[in-house]
Design a protein around this ligand. Structure first.
Ligand code: FAD
Length: 468
């Protein structure tokens, strides 16, 4: 730690500068893997504070690691080169809604769940709904371009943002986009910054787009005898003429883990279950589910159970919500991936994951946002068993490579961070990676914003689950 830097940071944020070892240790991890030690932690609560800290860091070439609620599953906020962790979680005061303009203006530390709640109080909806929404921040969602179950109908975070206030790597305050849905003045910097994982600029305010809240929802559970047909049914439903608002899949292992955990009378012998929600005018919802039922009959799927009450519907969605806690509870470490493939390739992806699971003798659970092709193969593993960890690494690498071969992607929503960077060029190609690096170089020439993320270091080839 440098005393001059400490004094200057203290001048900017006062007692929101944290320097004790125990405090710094607790800012060294996220929801993925690896523990690092930042030199300084600042809890920022104003754009001017961010600006002054970035100017200081830029002058002294100190890395800055923005951090929301640290629910990243890809290593996004990890302070891999020490430096300054910029904690946004305390800056959650600004939550201003403008119902007549169908927009909301928020500070970066606001929780996504609070945005949902305020929008609904005005009969409006902020559509992106990561499953972590009660704890994660909008700043983290913007940086990761977060998705969620509603992505199948409403898209992801970038589809619902009108504008941003951003502090650049050189400490300038800029505004992108504005307050209108239509805005084609120059490059679309809003979309470039969303999903840039805190590497191109620091977001200090967002203008979010709201839409009318759907009047009602209805949900069906579809039960499958084999995983391949479950995969095939996804394209069948999405081409039936109905657009579901959610479409979530759980394989047999996931169903059984939830059943062990919560005892919800789930069909333990099913190869998979699919939860399908439709939303909109109450009068048409049953008809839409019948259209889906009819389409599924054409491929021999007839076990469709429609929730007849709101309680039954809530119970079905509880099943999906409990998958993560059930996996955590079932033992050892949970490694969550989010390889994503084109819809028609989902059956092949299921087949591959099953084959990898047998070959490497691993406990893999598959669930995820089926309607986006966004699967979460999740592995329970004993991190003290070096041989098992090595098999996990090989299995994950195979799954990623296969997703790319199928025309898919390394990440549907969790981002690249530290966890997937060794595989990044496999998806983009060398020239594609250099093109992206050129943007980083132009906007952050001293590489102070979240360095060590997205792009692999020279020779970096393997997934590293442990950094000790
Ligand atoms: C149980 C669970 C369920 C999840 N479900 C989903 C899901 O359904 N969909 C989904 O997409 N993700 C999901 N996630 C992943 C995670 O919640 C998201 O990536 C979320 O967007 C991270 O938000 P956060 O506030 O925790 O940010 P962090 O984890 O703290 O940071 C994430 C990234 O954002 C950057 N960042 C944070 N604030 C700013 C800022 N103001 N300016 C610039 N960069 C910033 C950080 O540097 C980092 O790169 C889940 C995670 C968990 C643990």
């Amino acid at each position: 730690m440098n005393e001059t830097i400490l004094d200057q940071l203290a001048e900017i944020v006062g007692n929101r500068l944290l320097t004790d070892v125990d405090e710094r240790v607790s800012y060294g991890y996220d929801s993925s893997f690896g523990q690092y030690m930042p030199d300084y932690v600042v809890q920022v609560m104003a754009t001017e504070e961010v600006q002054k800290i970035v100017q200081l860091a830029n002058t002294h070439e100190i890395p800055i690691y923005p951090r929301g609620a640290s629910t990243s599953l890809s290593g996004g906020p990890l302070p891999v080169y020490g430096g300054i962790v910029m904690d946004f979680s305390q800056w959650d005061q600004q939550l201003d809604i403008f119902p007549d303009d169908l927009l909301m203006k928020v500070s970066p530390g606001v929780k996504t769940g609070d945005i949902h709640q305020l929008a609904e109080e005005h009969n409006l909806m902020y559509a992106p709904d990561p499953s972590s929404s009660i704890i994660c921040t909008i700043g983290g969602n913007l940086a990761e371009n977060a998705g969620g179950p509603r992505g199948v109908k409403y898209g992801v975070t970038k589809d619902h943002v009108l504008g941003l206030e951003v502090v650049t790597a050189e400490g300038e305050i800029i505004h992108t986009g504005g307050n209108t849905v239509k805005n084609v003045t120059g490059y679309d910097m809003t979309k470039l910054l969303i999903g840039s994982e805190g590497t191109l600029g620091i977001i200090t305010e967002a203008t979010l787009r709201l839409i009318p809240k759907p009047a009602d929802t209805k949900t069906a559970m579809i039960i499958f005898d084999d995983l391949y047909t479950a995969g095939k049914s996804i394209s069948k439903i999405l081409t039936s003429g109905v657009r579901p608002s959610k479409m979530e899949i759980l394989d047999q292992n996931a169903v059984n883990k939830v059943e062990d955990y919560a005892g919800l009378d789930l069909p333990r012998t099913a190869a998979a279950i699919l939860l399908v929600e439709v939303d909109g005018d109450a009068d048409v919802l049953m008809k839409e589910l019948q259209v889906i039922q009819q389409a599924l009959l054409e491929i021999g799927v007839d076990n469709v159970q429609i929730a007849s009450t709101k309680e039954e519907e809530a119970k079905l969605w509880q099943v999906r919500k409990l998958v993560s806690p059930a996996i955590v509870e079932s033992g050892y470490t949970k490694i969550s991936e989010d390889a994503t493939v084109p819809l028609s390739k989902i059956p092949e992806m299921f087949r591959k994951i099953d084959e990898v699971k047998q070959r490497y003798n691993l406990n893999i659970v598959v669930f995820g946002h089926a309607g986006d092709g966004n699967l979460h193969p999740t592995i329970n593993t004993n991190m003290r068993d070096a041989d098992e960890v090595s098999r996990v690494e090989d299995a994950v690498e195979e799954i990623f490579h296969y997703a790319i071969e199928l025309g898919g992607t390394l990440s549907g929503e969790h981002g690249i961070g530290t966890m997937k960077k060794p595989f990044f060029p496999k998806e983009t190609g060398e020239a594609g990676m250099l093109f992206q690096k050129a943007i980083k170089q132009a906007l952050d020439p001293k590489n102070i914003l979240n360095p060590g993320k997205i792009f692999p270091e020279a020779g970096e080839k393997r997934l590293v689950l442990k950094n000790d």
